[in-house]
Write a protein that binds this ligand. Structure first.
Ligand code: FPP
Length: 246
């Protein structure tokens, strides 16, 4: 029986976040350049997005480029940006056909102009789609996001728009890049690394973490379903006892 068949469609996570890791190692295993791994990573992205839409997951967030990734060799950074531009360009039509909304979080103004322009155009085109929200974390790090939120909140406080006493979790979240998304219930990381790597630190507070040794370019929808099935077998207690949630 496939994991797809085993899934309880009434108990799907509303939001799945993924750290797509292992493209470089996948390419190295095949004696190829790292960029070859990223290119094949796009196939994994496509199949995973289709799989999420197929079963009815409403939000999927992919860590595509971290703030720290800017420090990679210039050639790799340029190739990744090119790949992003061409993928977004090529896939917008499919996103429209499948009613998928494209969203992005991160320091987007730091992206190359063409990449930012392409992204904005695709986001505007798909803005009214409702089946699945696909969020790309680009030039993103959680500490950047939290500091950015703090700066904006402080500016509002200094302008007298909010008072220190108003600050609570709900207000703070309204300054985060993910303000329109529910918290991920499940976070998947590929390639056998067991780290969160500055990804959605606030939002993952109660998320179930799932790690697989599969390298990202090999990841397919059945791997997503396996992770969701694993999540569905877990008991989420949010600090309460089993009896309390029973
Ligand atoms: C991590 O593997 C992967 C990345 C930093 C980039 C992810 C990008 C893609 C999958 C392609 C473009 C994505 C979209 C959404 C169009 P790594 O390079 O860190 O691998 P390693 O740890 O084996 O070196």
């Amino acid at each position: 029986m496939s994991f797809r068949e085993k899934l309880n469609l009434d108990k799907l996570p509303e939001h799945v976040a993924i750290i797509m890791d292992g493209n470089g190692r996948w390419a190295k295993e095949k004696g190829k350049m790292r960029v070859f791994g990223h290119k094949n990573g796009v196939l994994a992205v496509r199949d995973t997005v289709e799989g999420a839409a197929e079963v009815g997951i409403k939000n999927l967030t992919l860590y595509a480029f971290s703030t720290e990734n800017w420090n990679r060799p210039k050639l790799e950074v340029t190739a990744l940006m090119e790949l992003l531009v061409s993928t977004i360009n090529k896939e917008t039509k499919t996103l429209m056909e499948n009613n998928v909304k494209l969203n992005a979080i991160g320091d987007l103004t730091s992206l190359p102009e063409r990449c930012y322009a392409e992204l904005k155009e695709a986001m505007a085109k798909t803005a009214n789609n409702t089946r699945l929200t696909l969020t790309l974390a680009l030039s993103y790090s959680s500490r950047w996001e939290i500091l950015n939120a703090t700066k904006m909140m402080t500016a509002d406080a200094l302008a007298g728009k909010i008072q220190a006493a108003d600050i609570n979790e709900k207000l703070f979240e309204s300054y985060l890049a993910t303000k329109d998304l529910p918290h991920p219930e499940l976070m998947i990381r590929t390639s056998g690394e067991h780290r969160i790597s500055n990804y959605l630190l606030w939002q993952l507070a109660y998320a179930e973490l799932y790690f697989t040794s599969t390298l990202w370019p090999d990841f397919r929808r059945e791997d997503l379903f396996k992770a969701v099935y694993d999540y569905q077998q877990r008991e989420r207690r949010f600090g309460l006892t089993s009896e309390q949630i029973g």
